[in-house]
Design a binder for this molecule. Structure first.
Ligand code: ZN
Length: 140
């Protein structure tokens, strides 16, 4: 795969250097058959170093998951070798099934079919809390 000539696909750019692999697994890209190129420590005028993920194929990615994980990232969608959309990712208000609530008394522990929903409660500190039990999402 020539990483510079994706015909149809997605480029996640401006990922914080060193975080691409984690995002790769968070998005479940390890479970797909798509060609994925991960570029680490690319030079960036704005950031110094950055990571980039390129996916060759029309995959639907969870933009909220990207926003939760790395809100400075950008997503470019390419169709027929042309950029059709360029999105700046921001912190989402809500994320669903991106992270799991770890509170053993939370209703999501007993009601297995409930989606794990977290909402943004403190934008400045990027704090998310469980919709059901208010438990704080843990970040690594
Ligand atoms: Zn909970």
């Amino acid at each position: 795969m020539n990483v510079d000539s994706i015909k149809n696909g997605i480029v996640i750019d401006h990922i914080t250097a060193g975080k691409a692999m984690e995002l790769y697994y968070l998005l479940g890209l390890d479970k797909t058959d798509y060609h994925v190129a991960i570029i680490t420590n690319a030079n960036s005028k704005k950031m110094g170093k950055k990571d980039i993920i390129k996916v060759d194929g029309n995959i639907k990615l969870d933009m909220d998951a990207i926003g939760y994980f790395d809100p400075g990232a950008t997503v470019t969608i390419i169709e027929k070798s042309e950029v059709v959309e360029k999105k700046k990712i921001t912190l989402p208000e809500r994320i669903t099934n991106v992270i799991l609530c770890k509170n053993p008394r939370c209703i999501t522990t007993t009601e297995q079919e409930l989606p794990h929903v977290f909402r943004l409660t403190d934008e400045k500190n990027r704090i998310y809390r469980c919709l059901y039990c208010e438990a704080k999402a843990e970040r690594k």
